[in-house]
Design a protein around this ligand. Sequence first.
Ligand SMILES: Nc1ncnc2c1ncn2[C@@H]1O[C@H](COP(=O)(O)OP(=O)(O)OP(=O)(O)O)[C@@H](O)[C@H]1O
Ligand SMILES: [Mg+2]
Length: 288
Amino acid sequence: MTARITISTERLMAETIVIANQKGGVGKTTTAINLAAALALLKQATLLIDIDPQGNATSGLGCDHKTYTPSVYHVIVELMPLEKTIKGTIIPTLHVCGSGPELVGAEVELVPALARESRLKGALSAVKDRFKYVIIDCPPSLGLLTINALNAANKVIIPIQGEYYSMEGLAHFLETIKTVKSALNPSLDIEGGVLTMFDSRMVLSNQVRAEVEKYFGKSLFKTVIPRNIRLAEAPGFGQCIFQYDPKSKGAEAYADFARELLARRGIPEDGPENEGEQKASAATENQS
Ligand SMILES: Nc1ncnc2c1ncn2[C@@H]1O[C@H](COP(=O)(O)OP(=O)(O)OP(=O)(O)O)[C@@H](O)[C@H]1O
Ligand SMILES: [Mg+2]
């Protein structure tokens, strides 16, 4: 009698989630870094792409933004294969495609380029089978870099700061998402909003929450990210919150946030066993 060996033929096909809001300083990068790290720690092979010329997600994960090369710039301007820009991190299931100093000029350089809105989308398709999630951190603007990210994405998460003027510009941003969906990327949907830097002791924060709930309805994440000094300190050490202070309120909140995101996809709390780790490592062989 011959034993039968079952080999799983399930292929990974990354879901791409963009973290965007044209308003500056609302917690996009903090959310991108710590959501990506939390998903990776929940055994989901994750790639974080930093498409912001400020390079805060790159340096926040311990890579030097000023010397990061080749970077996402080379992918979208020079059509370099994305996998050549990917580096490993201290978390084996988390990889980064960083922003380098040249990215500052990319918006201008892309203007005359062919298929200028689809550069990232095209590049991503070659590595999508190696990751479960691709998280993209966007600049605080609606230029070609953000459009590239939205065009490459399945979902958008919009961080909203729990403060008074948070809703300013939101209607315009939601309109932009609709335009990108109808003109470029029909598979783009809003995953939801997430409240960041929230202080429940402030009456104002609670007013913002009520207002944001009206906008997002059920798609607003139940998890709220509190204002937490440890979250602000961690990037200065080039560390995600789970490395810098895993017991902090900030770490707890981002872990809950990632679990809520997975629960929306029917994935159990502690994450499934998957082959993502090996595939992610293969993606970066000789790169890190
Ligand atoms: N929950 C939090 N608690 C305390 N500080 C926070 C929190 N989230 C973010 N910060 C701090 O607030 C500032 C802005 O956050 P962050 O850089 O994540 O925003 P951003 O939207 O990416 O900004 P930009 O638009 O410039 O890219 C940073 O100094 C960050 O460390
Ligand atoms: Mg940022």
